[in-house]
Design a protein around this ligand. Sequence first.
Ligand SMILES: NC(=O)c1ccc[n+]([C@@H]2O[C@H](COP(=O)([O-])OP(=O)(O)OC[C@H]3O[C@@H](n4cnc5c(N)ncnc54)[C@H](OP(=O)(O)O)[C@@H]3O)[C@@H](O)[C@H]2O)c1
Length: 237
Amino acid sequence: MQDDMIFITGAGRRVGYALAEYFLTQGHPVIGHHHRESVECEKLRQRGALMVQANFEDEDSVQQMCAQIESQCRSLRAIIHNASAFTKTHADAEQALPQFDQFYRIHMRTPWQINTALIPLLRACSRVSDIVHITDIYADNPNPVYDVYCASKAGLQNLSLSFAKQLAPKIKVNVIQPGPILFKEWHSEAAKKAVLSETLLGFEAGPEPIVKAASALLDNPYQTGAIIPVDGGRRLT
Ligand SMILES: NC(=O)c1ccc[n+]([C@@H]2O[C@H](COP(=O)([O-])OP(=O)(O)OC[C@H]3O[C@@H](n4cnc5c(N)ncnc54)[C@H](OP(=O)(O)O)[C@@H]3O)[C@@H](O)[C@H]2O)c1
């Protein structure tokens, strides 16, 4: 049983992995959720992280993951909701409707389920604790090609504000909105160029600015219900 752990969803690769690595380096005990197994999961285990598996489209799987956390953790310092799915809305409505269910489950229903189940552990933390929801600049300014994804991230953002109202002053709840942090493997060179040409700072950031934003939120005692863009200025163009 450990105290004041930081629970990060989607820690098996990319931004979630960078967050888990950072907090381990800072000496925090980390619980990393993963969906599919990866080399990075094994690296985190070797560094002492507790790794838990769940498919966020499956309520029972999420419930079992929360029970596992409750059995191995006395208190949580933070939950960072990073797990996400990102695809264009399918042109065929019959295939877009299942996408709706997928995004709704991963971005809204499961974060709500996790928060609700684990609030007692956040309350048991020896100091003020945190929830960080990672959304997207598209939550405020949607791209119609990704409308279903954008709407579900906007839903998560709205839930964050409700949680901030509900859980203060013991638990702070904030949002990080990334811009072009890490392209997907399926992004074409032309698409990357177009996105970066619309980004004031003009480069793909990598995970570090998200790590810095999450760390700053946890360190800041007077910030709740805030929505922080980390987007190189893309939202302005
Ligand atoms: N990368 C960017 O430029 C960018 C831009 C805007 C917003 N964001 C947001 O920033 C966060 C991190 O970005 P990212 O690009 O690192 O995210 P990502 O690679 O798209 O996904 C993060 C994690 O979500 C997990 N996941 C996917 N489907 C799942 C499911 N059904 N159940 C449980 N977990 C599932 C993935 O695990 P598996 O791979 O094992 O399925 C992955 O580890 C995300 O919330 C993303 O929406 C990122």
